[in-house]
Design a protein around this ligand. Structure first.
Ligand code: NAD
Length: 441
């Protein structure tokens, strides 16, 4: 690698937002990668900081009346950059949401939309919902999926009321992320009655898009097949894969890999995991997981999340939480290829270790862009009342992922950097150029 490693700018340098907040953003992955890209582009550090900093951040409280009790949830809405189009990004409900994570995820959306060349900017919502705490508060045991649904729907309904005008004006167009899905998106639509105000809407709702629900997983599967072919010169058929996460993304992803003849040997989630060296029966596992809310208990060998990362598979796919591949476990990874279905599952330190070990990474902004590509189709379809067929959606999505992958690969060869660094640079250049044209910088 010709690029210097580590955080490239002076760590003491603070953006104006950090000075205002009297706090330091942690050296998050997108920040470090944008600093490296900005330095390669020869941009002054103040300009790099403006590209990194969000445009607006709202911190809010949503008081919800749930099953007769008032519960206050706190959240953040980060609007990172709208130079290239409306702020776009999912609504995440999780117990460990924090303001810096939400800003970082919004920034990641800016990069993803730019490298994918869809006309959106980057935004994100994080609402801190601590489900185990909810079980305690409402004195509930055991796990009850209906109870969890009541909590997430109530939280999103109140949030939708609070930010109704932001959605209705298309300033920020939300979508599902961890802890939310089509049901929650229907609540945003209920509030605005505008089909273009939200994407990821459930089947039958005005402006819904056939195939949107599976689009992220399907796109990740396509990126994995592409990377096996282009980076390793091998066919997907017969290749083995391990996946962390079996939710909105993980389930269609596993199904698609298996439909293309790959053996998905290990899958884990928050509660446990399963392993079968001959390949798991994805259809049966999906039915089991949809019934009980986890892969745990499915008749197969047990597998922990730590062991999943050490499996000697062809492709390792983190499709759950962020920062799960770290400096601690990266040296033990045996896969030759990592495809990031989750957002930022690999820390910068782990990325550098994996790069030195010759393990290729297809970054989140290329691999999991299927969701935002489908969202773009859903958004434009909602504005025109036109509906695409599922096959057409998948075809457009795969073609776009292929183009972005090739462009980033060419740029990586040209710059002598990793695919991740090249994709981030391509995106940063596009955002910077429009900000200059629009006199925003
Ligand atoms: P989800 O809530 O539907 O499912 C998450 C899955 O991961 C569940 O199986 C859960 O048990 C598991 N999980 C969560 N935390 C875990 C942990 N710490 N260890 C092990 N397993 C864990 O979420 P999703 O929509 O499938 O999103 C998964 C990832 O993909 C997130 O990083 C999200 O930001 C990213 N993503 C989602 C979309 C989308 O369209 N939903 C689009 C792009 C990126």
């Amino acid at each position: 690698m010709s690029e210097p490693r580590g955080v490239a700018s002076e760590p003491q340098y603070r953006s104006t937002m950090e000075l205002l907040l009297q706090g330091h953003e942690p050296e998050t992955r997108s920040k470090v990668l944008m600093q490296r890209a900005g330095q390669r582009m020869g941009l002054p550090r103040e300009v790099i900081q403006e590209l990194i900093s969000p445009q607006e951040v709202h911190v809010f409280r949503v008081p919800c009346k749930i099953l007769g009790k008032v519960v206050n949830f706190w959240g953040a809405l980060a609007l990172h950059n709208m130079a290239r189009g409306p702020y776009k990004g999912g609504i995440r409900l999780a117990r460990d949401v924090n303001i810096w994570e939400t800003i970082e995820l919004a920034r990641l959306m800016t990069l993803k939309c730019a490298v994918t060349d869809v006309e959106f900017g980057g935004g994100k919502t994080g609402i801190r919902v601590d489900m185990p705490e909810m079980y305690r508060l409402f004195e509930r045991t055991p796990r009850d999926r209906e109870f969890e649904k009541i909590i997430s729907l109530d939280a999103v309904e109140y949030y939708a009321q609070r930010f109704r005008d932001v959605f209705a004006s298309h300033l920020y167009v939300p979508a599902p992320d961890m802890g939310t899905g089509p049901d929650e998106m229907a609540f945003i639509y209920n509030e605005t009655l505008d089909p273009a105000s939200v994407t990821g809407k459930p089947e039958g709702t005005h402006g819904w898009l056939p195939g949107r629900a599976e689009s992220t997983g399907l796109g990740v599967a396509h990126a994995a097949r592409l990377a096996l072919r282009e980076l390793q010169g091998r066919h997907a058929e017969g290749a083995t894969a391990a996946i962390q996460g079996f939710g909105n993304v993980g389930r269609p992803l596993a199904r698609c890999l298996s439909d293309h003849g790959m053996k998905v040997v290990g899958i884990t989630d928050l509660y446990g995991g399963v392993y079968d060296e001959n390949g798991l029966d994805i259809e049966a596992l999906t039915e089991h997981a949809l019934n009980v809310g986890t892969v745990q208990g499915f008749p197969a060998q047990e597998l922990t999340n730590e062991a999943l990362f050490r499996l000697p598979v062809d492709v390792l796919i983190p499709a759950a939480a962020g920062e799960v591949l770290t400096a601690e476990n990266a040296p033990q990874v045996q896969a030759r290829l990592i495809v990031e279905a989750a957002n930022m599952p690999t820390t910068v330190e782990a990325m550098d270790i994996l790069d030195e070990r010759g393990i290729a990474i297809v970054p989140d902004i290329l691999a999991n862009a299927g969701g935002v590509i489908a969202s773009m189709l859903e958004y434009s379809g909602s504005l025109s009342a036109d509906k695409m067929a599922k096959e057409e959606v998948f075809e457009r999505l795969c073609r776009k992922i292929e183009t972005n992958f090739e462009l980033s690969r060419e740029r990586a060869l040209e710059l002598g950097c990793t695919l991740t660094e090249a994709a981030v640079q391509l995106a940063t250049e596009r955002v910077y150029k429009v900000m200059l044209t629009r006199r925003m910088i």
